[in-house]
Unconditional design. Structure first.
Length: 109
């Protein structure tokens, strides 16, 4: 059985590429470009640190949106639905200051 031919370009990842974690993205645009800043916001911090900036054409950004939508659908089909809070903004849930867990309640005899 023959393996399917790869679609699109073959991507080579440089061994010295820095991998970054982002839990916040800020999106802005001009008539020609869409800019996505990826940042980290640590618990109890009020200042997010931008770790990477990606500048794309509007067409490339729309194609990225399509690819993300398709991949999220595949992810949810495999692992279950990703719940998004509905009673408050996503930012409030993801980026509120860290709250320590409540101590266990003692049973009164």
């Amino acid at each position: 059985m023959a393996l399917p031919k790869p679609q699109g370009p073959i991507l080579e990842v440089s061994p010295d590429l820095d991998t970054v974690y982002a839990n916040l993205a800020r999106i802005s645009h001009s008539p020609a470009d869409i800019v996505i800043d990826f940042a980290q916001l640590l618990p109890a911090d009020t200042k997010a640190v931008v770790k990477a900036r990606v500048i794309m054409s509007p067409l490339s950004t729309k194609l990225l949106l399509r690819a993300l939508t398709e991949n999220i659908a595949r992810y949810e089909a495999a692992f279950g639905e990703i719940s998004v809070p509905v009673n408050s903004s996503l930012a409030e849930n993801l980026f509120k200051p860290h709250q320590p867990p409540e101590p266990p309640k003692e049973d009164k005899p």
